[in-house]
Design a protein around this ligand. Structure first.
Ligand SMILES: NC(=O)c1ccc[n+]([C@@H]2O[C@H](COP(=O)([O-])OP(=O)(O)OC[C@H]3O[C@@H](n4cnc5c(N)ncnc54)[C@H](OP(=O)(O)O)[C@@H]3O)[C@@H](O)[C@H]2O)c1
Length: 335
């Protein structure tokens, strides 16, 4: 089969090319999916650069989310049939014509979602669902703070928070253009702050009459840590998903963590056991999936695609994400 490969095993976007790779073989609980589209994720850039090896047992080909059609079934698969149209999550291997996917890791694609919209859902929505609902335990009338608001995961988390009944959702991002875009979304944030020019903790306190955020979704780490602590309410919960600005904080005052009884938890999705991922996908499918439509749909949660590229332009797609230009998902179609 053809797949996007990385010349020399790692390197800049220029090293991405379409080459030949073995078509995956199935174990008894997997299905073979012919891929129509896959989503780009920040981790793909780290993996391409050689800084994020795939988890043990996963394909070394990039890509963790896809949409496509089932073409073959493993011996023990009974809940799917050849021809089913699906979207799914994988430990790797989505930048390809075919992927071996676990039967527990795919969801039936409804007719109202395009292939690109379907491929934009698995990784970011499952990550946001895990961070906000499973770990952050978001409740009705909570006040929520979501960083990297225009990122794929950020927009998913914002819409989920609104759907779970949050009273306010403050999003942070780096440009007025992204702020304007976020505030124009039907179920977007109620407030937004430019973290480069504003103190987001002050914005959250202003929004919550001084109380602070009950749930914080952070991807930024170092530069935001102390302000996050400041922005959190008593008994606040923060899920840390990434460390985009760095991992070492020079000076931290531990007192508010103690006196505000803060919960701070790190999380990953890709390195979790298959059983954990399967349970998460099943719960997400039951609680959330039917509420998602495309950006022109009427659902309370929508997929927002920044741009769709043919896979012959995979280098340009990676450069667009690396330059932080995307508001929403970057999708690549396999042609
Ligand atoms: N732990 C997990 O399970 C898990 C799973 C999936 C994704 N993630 C992480 O979630 C994040 C979002 O992923 P994605 O694929 O949705 O990414 P994305 O669409 O590429 O968005 C990332 C955004 O983060 C912001 N950013 C970059 N550097 C920053 C910095 N130093 N300080 C503040 N903001 C910065 C940029 O937006 P601005 O213009 O707003 O700065 C950028 O567009 C990534 O960091 C990814 O690694 C974690």
């Amino acid at each position: 089969m053809r797949a996007v490969l990385v010349k020399d095993g790692k390197g800049p976007a220029d090293n991405l090319y379409i080459g030949e790779a073995p078509t995956p073989t199935l174990n008894a609980s997997q299905v073979l999916v012919q891929i129509k589209a896959f989503g780009l994720n920040r981790m793909d850039i780290s993996q391409r650069e050689g800084n994020y090896p795939p988890p043990p047992g996963a394909s070394s080909i990039l890509g963790v989310e896809f949409s496509g059609t089932i073409t073959q079934l493993g011996d023990k698969v009974s809940s799917w049939k050849v021809g089913d149209e699906v979207l799914g999550l994988a430990g790797g291997g989505a930048y390809a014509e075919y992927i071996a996917a676990y039967e527990t890791h795919i969801i039936l694609k409804p007719g109202h979602l395009t292939w690109a919209e379907a491929a934009s859902i698995p990784e970011v929505f499952l990550t946001a669902f895990q961070a906000l609902v499973v770990i952050g335990n978001v409740k009705e009338k909570d006040d929520v703070l979501v960083h990297a608001g225009a990122s794929g995961v950020g927009i998913a988390a914002i819409q989920l928070a609104r759907t779970y009944g949050a009273r306010s959702v403050t999003a942070t991002t780096s440009t007025q253009e992204k702020i304007d875009w976020l505030l124009s979304l039907p179920n977007g944030p109620t407030n937004a702050a430019n973290y480069k020019t504003e103190d987001f903790a002050a914005v959250v306190k202003d929004t919550t009459n001084g109380k602070g955020a009950n749930v914080v979704i952070d991807f930024v780490g170092q530069s935001h840590f102390n302000k996050n602590i400041d922005a959190m309410a008593v008994d606040g919960r923060m899920t840390m998903l990434s460390l985009l600005s760095g991992s070492v904080v020079q000076s931290v005052n531990l007192s508010p963590i103690l006196y505000k009884r803060l919960h701070i938890e790190g999380s990953t999705l890709r390195s979790r056991p298959l059983e954990y991922q399967a349970d998460l996908i099943a719960r997400f499918n039951q609680e959330v999936f039917s509420k998602i439509t495309g950006s022109e749909g009427s659902g309370p949660i929508r997929t927002y695609i920044h741009k769709t590229y043919p896979w012959t332009e995979i280098q340009a797609a990676h450069r667009e994400m690396a330059a932080n230009k995307n508001s929403g998902k970057i999708i690549v179609e396999v042609i």
